[in-house]
Design a protein around this ligand. Structure first.
Ligand code: DC
Length: 225
């Protein structure tokens, strides 16, 4: 059976990575979290006080960044490394979330990330989630999924995740961050968040994790036949 490329795009906190991870595991495919790359670049920019409006500074900084995914056998998941440092957990907080859309809208940052994403996809057999995967990174992907969910449900889900790490966080902060990112990600000049014309929409507002996986598995089976 031929390996295919599956793209999962959509708004923030729609459960894209949950679905992508499970689907990849079921198919024996590689899961790639493209958002983690933008988050890792953001962490590096914040740590080094990089001025996002200074193109020369952005380019020279990107030239000195290495981003890799390595599989953690213990955690049974792929984790992101920034210059050989495991930053998988450091990038999942509201400080990064407040800045990442701005960093991800920089042309040079997008070229840097997209080139690596396309390289990872050369052998196919991957599930990649993000915002522009079905439109820009893999416009010829065999299966494209676009996920949506009600903003209240999304905020509650993300709040639970973040509250475990930071009990001072409020649901209002989480919701306003999601709205801000959706707006910035959808309105940026380069590769804005869009549903590809050939993407299949899944609204998971009222779906369980198992139900969304069943739908995606069925769609994959149809594509593979
Ligand atoms: O999937 P995520 O929430 O971890 O992504 C973080 C941010 O990265 C998101 O708000 C926009 C940006 N991003 C992007 O611009 N393009 C992608 N393919 C993936 C993420």
């Amino acid at each position: 059976m031929n390996n295919i490329i599956i793209t999962i795009d959509g708004y923030s906190a729609c459960g894209k990575s949950t679905l992508a991870k499970q689907l990849a595991k079921k198919l024996g495919y590689v899961y790639v979290d493209s958002g983690a790359m933008y988050r890792a670049v953001t962490l590096h920019f914040l740590r080094n006080h990089i001025d996002c409006t200074n193109t020369a500074e952005v380019i020279s900084t990107l030239n000195n960044i290495t981003i890799e995914f390595k599989f953690n056998d213990h955690a049974q998941q792929s984790e992101i490394y920034l210059n050989d440092e495991n930053v998988e957990y450091l990038i999942r907080n509201l400080v990064i979330a407040e800045k990442v859309s701005e960093v991800a809208s920089i042309k040079e940052v997008r070229s840097f990330a997209v080139a690596q994403q396309q390289k990872i996809g050369e052998k196919k057999g991957i599930v990649m989630d993000g915002r522009d995967i079905g439109t820009t990174v893999f416009p010829n992907a065999e299966l494209k999924i676009f996920m949506i969910a009600d903003i209240t449900v999304r905020s509650e889900r993300r709040f639970v995740e973040l509250f475990n790490k930071n009990p001072n966080i409020t649901i209002e902060e989480v919701e306003s961050n999601l709205e801000m990112r959706d707006y910035t990600d959808s309105n940026r000049e380069i590769s804005p968040l869009r549903k590809a014309v050939d993407a299949i929409e899944i609204d998971n507002t009222f779906l369980s994790i198992d139900q969304q996986l069943d739908i995606a598995t069925q769609l994959t089976t149809e594509k593979l036949q």
